[in-house]
Design a protein around this ligand. Structure first.
Ligand SMILES: [Zn+2]
Length: 58
């Protein structure tokens, strides 16, 4: 099996998008900032964010 370029491009697109684990809103931020806890959800103020790119199922 070969990983398509399409998939790689899509992954990069979503690389900077995070989902708030509390309220589910999307947040665009630098992953390094998220990892260091500098980014908060605008809606609920939670710091628990998960990367959108890890959402793949199946
Ligand atoms: Zn939130």
């Amino acid at each position: 099996m070969v990983i398509s370029m399409d998939e790689a491009a899509r992954k990069r697109l979503f690389d900077n998008v995070f989902i708030c684990m509390k309220c589910g809103s999307k947040i665009r931020a630098n992953p390094q900032k998220v990892l260091s806890g500098k980014v908060r959800c605008r809606k609920c103020g939670s710091r628990k964010l998960r990367p959108k790119s890890k959402e793949s199922r199946g």
